[in-house]
Write a protein that binds this ligand. Structure first.
Ligand code: ADP
Ligand code: BMX
Length: 290
């Protein structure tokens, strides 16, 4: 039987899980579920694999792009508010129970950085990817190399004024939703953008503050790594008006210091496309070793 050339990609964020069949940087099929945000992650994957049972036999490898840090196939949260994962959860081994294909796992934003570098707005150049989503994640690709480990976890930055609070807790979707509560009960970040578009001043002010903080982060990233491009993704980063607000906040910055910002060309698929490429590469190098 011919070996299928697609990869099963699974992206687990703090808000949503996306599963997809990906071939050569193109998404063939997708399934979306809300991230359960509680209980045993084994049950999340069991439910997800039940949902995509009909895809069995159509993929040669499995790629997992997850919020949090992955060390030797073990998954942990850096910020439990973004997603509360049991410490050193055996991610790769758990998913291997549901498939006979090789499994490769990485951080979601690092995978998305690779996707945008290879197939999207990174255009093969030195770049930093930022996702503004449930939290804030990031990935760095310099000289064609994707940095792993903690590299790019810009949402975890702290400063003197907020030593106990990660930057993402004052910028991301969770923050926008929490700040919206006095104005509208049960508001989501998406509702904030809808209200801003409808001309509501409180919502416009929240988007401006969040975008201003993202702009400052981009300015600092530029000084640290001097990438040719900073690519912005995530549902907040891609929401109407957000990138323009970040650009506006950067307008007074001297030209030599100002980053070149681009919207993620792969949109919400950056992570699943990136992890497919990384998983395929890993599977091929293992085959060559044997
Ligand atoms: P994840 O963090 O799971 O990767 P997202 O990138 O979709 O997922 O980010 C989730 C955050 O984005 C949530 O705060 C959600 O309310 C918000 N969000 C989702 N869709 C939109 C939208 N169309 N416009 C603005 N915000 C959105
Ligand atoms: C947090 C951190 C990162 C992740 C980023 C974006 C956890 C659980 N996650 O900074 O590893 O890349 O959020 O994640 O500590 P998302 O869910 O917002 O896409």
């Amino acid at each position: 039987m011919a070996v299928p050339d697609s990869v099963l990609s699974i992206d687990v964020g703090g808000t949503k899980m996306l599963a997809a069949l990906v071939r050569d940087g193109a998404v063939l099929e997708t399934v979306r579920l809300a991230t359960p945000r509680g209980g045993d992650p084994s049950a999340w994957f069991e439910a997800l694999f039940a949902e995509i049972a009909s895809w069995q036999g159509r993929y040669s490898a499995v790629g997992l792009a997850v919020t949090g840090i992955v060390d030797d196939g073990h998954w942990s949260a850096l910020n439990r508010r973004t997603l509360d994962i049991p410490d050193r959860f055996p991610l790769a081994a758990t998913v291997a129970r549901f498939t006979d294909r090789p499994v490769f796992a990485a951080n979601d934003a690092q995978a998305a950085a690779w996707g945008e570098h290879a197939f999207g707005a990174g255009a093969g150049e030195d770049m930093v990817f930022l996702t503004v989503s449930t939290g804030i994640g990031g990935g760095i690709v310099l000289g064609g190399r994707l940095f792993g480990g903690l590299a790019g976890h810009f949402g975890q930055l702290r400063d003197d004024d907020h030593p106990d609070e990660a930057l993402e807790d004052r910028v991301s979707g969770r923050w926008l939703a929490a700040q919206a509560r006095p104005h509208r009960t049960d508001a989501t970040a998406r509702d904030v953008f809808a209200a801003a578009k409808a001309g509501e001043g409180w919502a416009q002010a929240l988007v401006r503050v969040s975008a201003g903080r993202t702009a400052l982060l981009c300015r600092n990233v530029q000084l640290a790594l001097d990438p040719r491009r900073i690519v912005i993704g995530g549902s907040i980063g891609l929401a109407e008006g957000y990138l323009a607000a970040v650009e506006q906040a950067l307008a007074p910055v001297p030209a030599r210091l100002r980053p070149s910002l681009h919207s993620a060309a792969l949109g919400e698929n950056a992570g699943i496309i990136g992890i497919a490429s990384l998983a395929q590469r890993q599977a091929t190098s293992r085959e060559n070793e044997t």
